[in-house]
Write a protein that binds this ligand. Sequence first.
Ligand code: SF4
Length: 340
Amino acid sequence: MTGPMSPETLLALRDVCRSYSMRRGLLGRPTAVHAVDGVSLTVEKGRTLGLVGESGSGKSTTGRLALGLEPPDRGAVLFKGEPLPKDGTQEWRAMRARMQMIYQDPLGALDRRLPILEQVREPLDVHGIGEAKARDEKALALLQSVGLRADQGSRYPHELSGGQRQRAVIARALATGPDLLVCDEPVSALDVSIQAQVVNLLVDLQEELGLGLLFISHDLKVVRQVSHRVAVMYLGRIVEEGEADLLLHAPAHPYTEALVSASPEPGRRARPRIVLQGDPPNPAARPSGCAFHPRCHAARERCKVETPALLPLPDGRLTACHVAHDQANFLTSPLLKAAS
Ligand code: SF4
């Protein structure tokens, strides 16, 4: 994952770490919480990387690091092969125009006091895009490209439905002609009936504009619809990463297996449900060895003391699991081949 960069690579995170200081109680000593711990990933032009995991896994922090909204403590974030410029500089603003964020809560992302069309026009004004006279027209075209009508441009955010508001947020994000969208739970706050429409819109826009998407979600059902590749995060680290079809149909890591079993794919035979044991992860109290071992149905003694590295399996995916690698080594061992 840290080899030479393909010309199609828009975003690359290389061994990125981010920790925060947290105090337990008023008199407790501050402890470092590793929200993101050695994450490497890439997003290609015209492709979607789904980033999944439970709440507290570090997905959203990874999204903010990817956009330069907070700096990494260690590691590098590269956009089109270049490190992100210093926050607040002209270079940073120019680069930020090429990468935009879609948040979970469209009402929070919009200004309640301004009509929608003005808000879609705003980035054109800020970045001086096009002739001032033509910007209303361009904003209108953007609204229509996301399926909103011209008359909806004169409405205020509270006068639109949740799905329409998220369409307006997407239109505004597209105003600067970005190459990359970081979507953080973009449909989680919407009715299930509307979710598919917004997801389909993102897929259509990607096909039309060649956008790269980093799609962050806890919902595997949605991730399955949009992703070409999937990375699974647990307690700040990526534990499995590979082609979406492979990962979601034949997970190798027991955590991915549990997530997949909880979200069966319509039309496919459901896998036996694996119920995760124990509490959801607490980033401030990372277990020893493999951090997943207290909840893992396949854990061995070794898992309590030895941290598994994220290494390739013969099918090309990356997995951080002792047992998955032992099984793969056994299945490809010369002894087994000779015996068969
Ligand atoms: Fe489970 Fe061990 Fe694999 Fe961790 S390394 S996922 S505890 S089997």
